[in-house]
Every structure is written in structure tokens, then in C-alpha cells.
Design a protein around this ligand. Structure first.
Ligand code: NDP
Length: 278
């Protein structure tokens, strides 16, 4: 009996050891009957181009790229979605039939789907604060602004990066940049932590009283226990204080759809991952 070789996919990044993407894509593949393999491969920025070329030359069909490679993936992709082009960050590469490589960014769609579909939180009409002005903020800004929030503030430790990012997206909606010291007199309905502070259990310097009544906190990071920012949300009486596991699964589902043309049931996979983490 001949066995058909699985189509090859992977996530590149550094560090990558703890990535949950291989489990997520394996669960998607089982659920939808797709014959794929998906590996997590440690790739530094210096080795990026060589590693991507080798992967596709060796039969690879698609890649996810994570920290610190999203900007390099943006440069690598010959064609991009409008959103990826604008955000200057790519997390999904697709080898096309003509041999060219297409880039997209599914982080923003992942966040918006998790908020709207899984958490029952609509960004529409909300006063939103995004902490951080790195790759993740770039990826989520466009899809968030498409939801027509009342306003979006980007706050960053390096203030110039927040101002630059706000400027870049100003045509798309009400978006401003500032430093943490400028937040003391402001209130927000939804605070999204897109800094990497949670990865070292740190908290950005947030002033008291910035979370509005029935405000929601959402950390793009996730872990086996509540992050420092999720804990801050609870301490500051957030109606909900959530981590980014749902976003992770939703952005992966969009990448899976781009590669395979099939939409997995994300709810089942989020529940399965939560069970495995506990
Ligand atoms: P980057 O390295 O591109 O950006 C990091 C940002 O965090 C910068 O704005 C940096 O500020 C800020 N920062 C770092 N440490 C601190 C601190 N102690 N206090 C205040 N600000 C700080 O990272 P990414 O944007 O790619 O990733 C950010 C987070 O989002 C990570 O936790 C990542 O895991 C998560 N993520 C989750 C996804 C999901 O699917 N759930 C998808 C994508 C990302 P400065 O510019 O001043 O250095």
C-alpha cells in the first residue's frame, strides 16, 4: 500500500521551542482530514533567507514566521495582501503554483475574530489603548481600525515608535501615539497588551485609573498561568481580563485556510489547548 507524503509546513522563529503552532496545526489537520506535517524550526534573523529558500526548495508549501522574523518575511514575499503590505509585517508565507511566494498577516484577523466570536467583545465604538509599537501592534492595527473603534491610542516605551506607527495608520482611522506619562488623564474601554513585557513577567508602567467602567484587558501573550498584565486587569476591576491563546488559534486558522482552503473549527481546538495547559 502506498502512502501519500504529507504537504510540508513549518513555523520559523527564535526562540521557537515552546511554540504551540505545531500542536494547533496538527489538531486542525486531524479535524479536517488534511494530510500535512508542521514543524517548529529555530531560525535566526541572520539565517532567514537561506532557511526559507532551502525549505521551499525541499518541497515546503507554506511557512509561519514569528519573532523576530516578521519584517524579514515582509521583505521576502514577492506579492502581499493589502493589509500585509501596509503593516510591513508578514506572519504567513505561501508558495504559489508559479513558484512565487505570497505573504499575508493573519495576526489582526486572529485578534478581531477572538474578540468578536469567542469573547463577545466588539471593538466597534470603543476607546482602545494598545501597549507596544512592535511587530504585533503593526499586524493588529489595520483589522482593529476596520472595526471602527471610537479611537485608538498606541503607547510605547520608545515614544517615537508609537508616533511613527500612528502616523503610518492615520489615514485608516482615529489613531494617535503617546508615551506612558501621557496616559494619566485618559480612560479606555479595551486595553490590548502588545508588548513583549509579559514574556519576562513584567508590566508596562500603567498609571492607575485608565481602565474605564466595564473595561476589558487583553494580553496578546499567553502562558500556563495568568500574565502580569492579565493579573493587572483583575486588580483594576476589569470586566474581563484575557490572554492571547484564542488569538493564537484564530490567526493559525486563517493561515491554515490560506494554505488549504478549509476552515477548521477553532472552538474545539481552543478548548483542547486549555485542557492540555491545565
Ligand atoms: P516586538 O519585539 O516587535 O515588540 C515588543 C514591544 O514591547 C516594543 O514596543 C517594546 O517597546 C515593548 N516592550 C518590551 N518590554 C517592555 C517593557 N518591559 N515595558 C514596556 N514595553 C516593553 O514583539 P512583537 O510585537 O512581535 O510581540 C509582542 C507580544 O505579542 C509578544 O508577547 C508576543 O508573544 C505576542 N504575540 C501574540 C500573538 C498571538 O497570536 N497571541 C501573535 C503575535 C504576537 P520598545 O519599542 O520601547 O522597545
Amino acid at each position: 500500500m502506498s502512502t501519500v507524503k504529507p504537504d510540508k509546513y513549518a513555523v520559523f522563529g527564535s526562540p521557537i521551542k515552546h511554540s504551540k503552532s505545531p500542536i494547533i496545526h496538527q489538531l486542525f489537520a486531524e479535524q479536517t482530514g488534511q494530510n500535512i506535517s508542521y514543524d517548529a524550526i529555530e531560525v535566526s534573523a541572520d539565517d532567514f533567507i537561506k532557511s526559507v529558500n532551502t525549505f521551499f526548495a525541499g518541497g515546503g508549501k507554506g511557512l509561519n514566521c514569528t519573532v523576530p522574523l516578521k519584517g524579514l518575511a515582509w521583505k521576502y514575499a514577492e506579492n502581499k495582501s493589502e493589509h500585509a503590505e501596509y503593516s510591513k509585517a508578514v506572519n504567513t508565507l505561501i508558495l504559489q503554483d508559479d513558484g512565487s511566494v505570497y505573504g499575508d498577516n493573519t495576526d489582526g484577523i486572529g485578534l478581531v475574530r477572538d474578540l468578536n466570536n469567542n469573547q463577545g467583545i466588539s471593538p466597534n465604538g470603543k476607546r482602545i489603548l494598545i501597549l507596544g509599537a512592535g511587530g504585533a501592534s503593526r499586524g493588529i492595527l489595520g483589522p482593529l481600525l476596520d472595526q471602527l473603534p471610537m479611537s485608538v491610542f498606541i503607547v510605547n516605551r520608545t515614544v517615537s515608535k508609537a508616533l511613527e506607527l500612528a502616523n503610518q495608520f492615520a489615514k485608516k482611522g482615529m489613531v494617535s501615539g503617546c508615551g506612558y506619562a501621557d496616559l494619566y488623564d485618559k480612560k479606555f474601554d479595551l486595553i490590548l497588551n502588545a508588548t513583549s513585557a509579559s514574556l519576562s513577567d513584567q508590566l508596562p508602567p500603567l498609571p492607575e485609573g485608565i481602565l474605564g467602567k466595564q473595561g476589558v484587558c487583553y494580553d496578546l501573550a499567553y502562558g500556563n498561568k495568568p500574565t502580569a498584565f492579565v493579573r493587572w486587569g483583575f486588580e483594576n476591576k476589569a470586566e474581563k481580563s484575557l490572554d492571547g491563546l484564542g488569538m493564537l488559534v484564530e490567526q493559525a486558522a486563517e493561515a491554515f485556510y490560506l494554505w488549504r482552503g478549509v476552515r477548521p473549527d477553532t472552538g474545539v481546538v481552543i478548548r483542547e489547548l486549555k485542557n492540555r495547559i491545565q
